[in-house]
Structure formats: structure tokens, C-alpha cells
Design a binder for this molecule. Sequence first.
Ligand code: NDP
Length: 399
Amino acid sequence: MGRALIIGAGGVAGVCIHKCCQNPDVFEEICIASRTKSKCDAFKEKLSGGKTKISTAQVNADHVDELIALINEFKPDVVINLALPYQDLTIMDACLATKTNYVDTANYEPLDTAKFEYKWQWAYRERFEQAGITALLGSGFDPGVTGVFSAYAMKHQFDEINYIDILDCNAGDHGYPFATNFNPEINIREVSAKGSYIEDGKWIETEPMEIKRVYNFPEIGEKDMYLLHHEELESLALNIKGIKRIRFFMTFGQSYLTHLKCLENVGMTSIEPIDFEGKKIVPLQFLKAVLPDPASLGPRTVGKTNIGCIFIGKKDGKEKTYYLYNVCDHQECYREVGSQAISFTTGVPAMIGAAMLLTGKWNKPGVHNIEEFDPDPFMEALNQFGLPWKESFHPDLVE
Ligand code: NDP
């Protein structure tokens, strides 16, 4: 049916590539392009031989001209951006110049400020619309499936949704005292930032990890979770009817938090460049270099993740609660695609989002967040491609 250019060859890209190859009627041809071409070639070697034709290329996605040349050569129907959030705008520029659809899993962040906002990408709305192409923003799990869950709850269960709590629990154990499950730089920037949530249309800011709750997660049990800022709060508060409050919580173990605090206290998580032996280095980037590569955690991570949304709202004048979630097992993911569940839960929805555009099931030129599309075909594909969802009408609520 179509051709996809996948940019990036890290943990998430690896899963997405596997899943494209499991869906060859939609992904007839893929090109894997990244900064380090040998990583792309390794995926090609592993997965060639199936129906999906695979090629590889070297590209520095910070350079729009390189991207344009690659897109003109491969002529994809969609570009799946699985590099880092810093590359979102250059890749969107290249898609605009070549009139190619765009999908990503994380919103743009400038390198020098850890600020997660959609304003930079939403500024492309008119230009994408005029070019007749679609940018699908945030097609991972959170953001991503959490937006699809919200659209599905709105469509099938509620007249209005007043409260959403997004709960992200990773109960996986990799055996290291400290490691991050996806790109360490992006992960630490996210969790060391101030927390925030939206109430009555206003952002309320908290100190990092200031708000803690304990939640009894289905199939996992009780875990400590902390309120974080998260990018989908901004778009869901606009796109879901009736929102009064929306929050995001993520679980962290005590060892992770103690190490993080110590690293923060000694300045290792800073993104301000410092002089080191005559060279400028960014402490956080140096820290990334000494931490375990998230891709190497796959074989040693055991346990499950549970990510989902609790909705409280109204249906036919009555208050109603509804919980949609997915449980994913780290070792099952590893057996299937050779990676742990965090990359898995992001790479599968990235493939599905691209498939929605390639098949024309989602067709809306402009720049859109995922909850703006019909959730039904995506929900069906989640069940089909390894992220089955469960629902509960009487969940425990978060205070
Ligand atoms: P990795 O660090 O494992 O992989 C990133 C890849 O991008 C690497 O292959 C890297 O190349 C490549 N890359 C980086 N800079 C460039 C560049 N300038 N040009 C070309 N390629 C480049 O990250 P992950 O796979 O863990 O994460 C990928 C994305 O997924 C991130 O944006 C992350 O924020 C997002 N994410 C989203 C989640 C969600 O639920 N929505 C959850 C988890 C992650 P090289 O090998 O040379 O370094």
C-alpha cells in the first residue's frame, strides 16, 4: 500500500520497524535512516527476507537539506520521526518542502530549555493544511494511546469528561541501581522538571515530585506514583469536551529517586554547558554516555507495565467512571521483538499511527494531535498488534 521513511534507529524505532514488517500489506517498503547508519543496517539484516522491502540511509536530521534530499530520493508516503524531540521541526520543514505526511511520538523541545509545549509544532497548522498533508503529533503511548483512549471514552462512554488521570506504571526491574528505560537525556529532562496539571483551564505548577500518591494497579499491585508535567495534558484539555482537571502520574522506585536526587545535587542533570579541559560539555549529555543504553535493558528487564487513563464524567445526566489501560510484560516484548516494554509500548502505536495515514483511515490535512481522529480503527489495531486494552467501570480513584 505505501512507503514509510523511519528516522532514528534506537529502541523505539527498532520496535516500530519490527511492527511495520508484521504489517507488510500496509508497509510495502520502508527506509530506515539515522545518524549512525550501521544501526539501520543491523535492523535491515535482522528483518530482511519478509514481504516488506527494507533499505537504509545515513542522515543527520538536524539538517533540513539532507532530509529533503533523502525524501526526494526515497519518495515516502509518510515520515515516521523516531529520532529525538530536538529534530521535530527540521523534519516537519522537510515534510512541508516535499509534501509528505509526518508522524512523531514526542513534542518539540529546544535543546537549551527543557520545555514541553506544542506551540512550536502547532504553528505549522496552516502550512500543512495548505500543502494538503497531515502531521500526526504524539503517536506513542503517552502521548499517543492515552489520547486515543480519551477520544474512545468520549465517543462511546460519556457526554462530557470532567476529570482525567493518566497513570503510567512501570513495574519492570532491570537489576541496575539506576538506568532509564528510554533515552536518558530526554527521560531525566522530563522527570527533573517542575510538575504541573490543569485545573479549571489554568496550569498549576508544583515542585518536581511534590505530589505523591499510592495506587493499586491491576495485575501489578500497589506502587508509589508522582505527579509530572506531561505534554498530552495541553492538547487533551483543549480537545476533550468538559475537562475540569487533568493530571499525569508516573511510578518511580525509591532507588531511582535517590540516585536522581544525588545526580541533581551534584549538578550532573544540568543542561547548561560547562568548560571541561578546554571543551564545552553538557553534564546531562555526559551522564547519558555513562548510563546503560536503554536498548541493552531488554534481556534483563522483568515485570510489567500498566499505562492507562481514569475518566470521570457524565452520561445521560449521571456521573460515571471508566478506566482504560494496557498491561505489557517486559519479557514477552523481549521475546517478540528484542526490546523491553517501554520501547514496545511506544513503537507499536508509532507504526499504527503511520498505518492510519497510509490506509487513508485517518485523512485530515493540517497538524493534529492524535485524539482529534476517530479512535475506533486505532483501538482495533492495538489489539491486533500486541497492545490489547482492558476496561473497568469501577476503578479505584486517585484522591
Ligand atoms: P534512542 O536514543 O534509543 O534513539 C534515538 C535515535 O535517534 C538514535 O538512533 C539516534 O542516532 C537518532 N538520532 C538522534 N539525533 C539524530 C539526528 N540529528 N539525526 C538522525 N538521527 C538522530 O531513543 P528512543 O528510541 O528511546 O526514543 C525515540 C523517541 O521516542 C524520543 O523522541 C522519545 O522522546 C520518544 N518516546 C516517546 C514515548 C511515548 O510514549 N510517546 C515513550 C518513550 C520515548 P544515534 O544512534 O546516532 O545516536
